[in-house]
Design a protein around this ligand. Structure first.
Ligand code: F6R
Length: 244
């Protein structure tokens, strides 16, 4: 999964060296980031002109907090590739005026000309970024109260589950849907239900990833465990990979 995801991202950077990459944190992209670092070290990939926007950040965490998504991005990717850090963007979790910060982030994405390739993981409840199940899709960057399922899933990375922030700033659905291409990655059986609902269920804000069915250029890279509930739809038997 990681190698193929890295291939899609590499192709994007080669095709358009000053592209805007929308990036994600969490466990799913770590392997792909490792591949990108390796390719960069080997001189096969050049990040010098790439600009990035990350999906989300915990509210209340500074960028040097080891649990922050800025810290994650620095340590998993930015510190190890030849990217200009001033061209990397993560919402500011410490912003006092969060509404102004959300506006600033939307304007920033707009001023960059939108996103060329948006990388997404998926939550067990079908969230993308921190767009949690809701009654309506939220278009712009906004503050969200994380659901219990997300807090519980993310608590594995905290020494004390009480420390998991309860709020986050997240990019909305609009820039994700306006990205030229979306790359959704998922692995493991705990994603099987979310992947099935996202790709084959009704399009509903109760499963935020389901809106990706309406994206004209969605690439899904998933392992068999994550696709296990899609057996019927994909006829996976005996096939190593499948193009949806
Ligand atoms: C992270 C993000 C989240 C994760 C999702 C899956 O920036 O936006 O939507 O992609 O929670 O997380 P993992 O990959 O840890 O299972």
């Amino acid at each position: 999964m990681s190698r193929i995801a890295a291939d899609v991202m590499t192709a994007q950077v080669i095709q358009k060296p000053d592209c805007v990459l929308g990036l994600a944190t969490g466990s799913s992209p770590i392997g792909a980031y490792k591949q990108l670092v390796k390719r960069c070290e080997e001189g096969r990939l050049d990040f010098s002109e790439v600009r990035t926007v990350n999906l989300d950040e915990y509210k209340g965490l500074a960028g040097d907090n080891v649990q922050s998504y800025r810290y994650f991005m620095n340590t998993n990717l930015f510190d190890h590739v030849n990217i200009d850090k001033t061209c990397t963007n993560v919402p500011n979790g410490l912003a006092k005026d969060t509404k102004a910060e959300c506006r600033r982030y939307d304007e920033l994405i707009q001023n960059l000309g939108g996103i060329d390739l948006q990388l997404l993981g998926i939550g067990r409840n079908g969230h993308i970024g921190f767009n949690e199940p809701e009654d309506a899709f939220e278009k712009g960057t906004h503050v969200v109260a994380l659901t219990e399922s997300t807090i519980e899933a993310n608590s594995r990375l905290f020494a004390d589950p009480q420390e998991v922030p309860r709020f986050a700033l997240t990019m909305g659905i609009k820039p994700i849907m306006q990205a030229h291409r979306v790359l959704l990655i998922a692995n493991g059986e705990n994603k099987a239900d979310a992947i099935h609902k996202a790709l084959f269920g009704p399009v509903t804000p109760q499963v935020p990833a389901s809106i990706l069915q309406l994206h004209p250029d969605l690439v899904v890279v998933a392992d068999k465990a994550a696709l296990a509930a899609c057996d019927q739809e994909l006829d996976l038997a005996g096939r190593g990979s499948v193009k949806i």
